[in-house]
Design a protein around this ligand. Structure first.
Ligand code: ZN
Length: 294
């Protein structure tokens, strides 16, 4: 037996109706019904969620509220849903007690493991299921909550900002802040995008440094958190960039300060033919940097 009556995409029903259509349990985020051979997934936006939508794929966190999640029960049913014939139906809850039907979903890839915090704030292992809607007219609601990386970055930057209130010399503060940014989450995000020095071939993550194009000290908070305001460089190129001895035009052509002599250029590995690829948003940050070339 299939669902008891068809639902229209984006139809809003209550919990009682949901139970009647699928003959499933009255609560839970993953509700299995043997009688209608279905698994109903509920994404409740009114609760704290680590789920996220990337492109058209919904990355759905499996079942199990605390401790490591196991690949059993409903999680296993979902993992095998491309073979076991169980229909997967997807609902979003934007307001309490209102279940919006987004239609059937299928697994878009293999389930994978991730680290998330459980309800007690303890790190644990979860299963994530990449899901795609079957009906091309249906869409998932993009979640506005920050991703894990963004949250981590914000927490880290709050930490770094405390350095500003220390009673030490300004130059010392700047050195500490640069060191922290250069090696933390901001760097991790830049490595995910670029994976090598923007100017040369250095790829070793142990020595790559994440720099802000517009310096931390004069950036607004959102500019400090913006990866487009970042540039991944090797130590030599970082120090030249940081001291405004090299910069880049908006089309990525290098500009080298006339104060850098021929010998330094050779040993620091810079020459007038070098260029880098800049994104549209990097360009606007670079403009100011370029104007301040020594
Ligand atoms: Zn380099």
């Amino acid at each position: 037996m299939k669902m008891r009556r068809p639902l229209a995409i984006n139809e809003v029903i209550n919990n009682q109706q949901l139970r009647e259509v699928f003959l499933c349990a009255p609560q839970g985020g993953m509700r299995r019904s043997i009688r209608t051979n279905s698994l109903t997934l509920i994404s409740d936006k009114t609760k704290l969620y680590d789920d996220r939508v990337v492109g058209n794929i919904y990355h759905y966190t499996g079942m199990g509220q605390s401790g490591d999640q196991k690949m059993s029960g409903q999680n296993l049913t979902l993992a095998e849903s491309n073979q076991n014939g169980v229909e997967i139906h997807f609902f979003e809850v934007m307001k309490p007690k209102e279940y919006t039907y987004r239609g059937r979903v299928v697994l878009a890839g293999e389930p994978y493991k991730a680290q998330q915090k459980d309800q007690n704030g303890k790190q644990r292992l979860v299963w994530i299921f990449p899901l795609r809607l079957k009906d091309s007219n249906a869409t998932f609601t993009k979640l506005s909550t920050a991703t894990d990386d963004e949250k981590e970055l914000q927490e880290e930057f709050q930490d770094i900002k405390q350095v500003e209130s220390l009673t030490i010399k300004q130059t010392e503060k700047e050195r500490l802040i640069k060191a922290r940014i250069g090696q933390g989450t901001f760097k991790k995000l830049l490595i995910q995008r670029e994976c090598k020095c923007a100017l040369c071939g250095v790829t070793d993550p142990r020595i790559l440094i994440a720099s802000h194009i517009k310096p931390w000290s004069i950036s607004a908070n959102e500019e400090r958190l913006d990866v487009h305001n970042g540039l991944l460089l090797c130590p030599n190129h970082d120090v030249l960039f940081d001291k405004q001895l090299i910069s880049f035009t908006t089309d990525g052509q290098i500009a080298i300060s006339h104060t850098v002599d021929e010998k330094a250029r050779i040993f620091m590995n810079v020459n007038d033919k070098m260029r880098i690829a800049l994104t549209e948003r990097q360009r606007s940050y670079m403009q100011d940097h370029y104007n301040n070339l020594v």
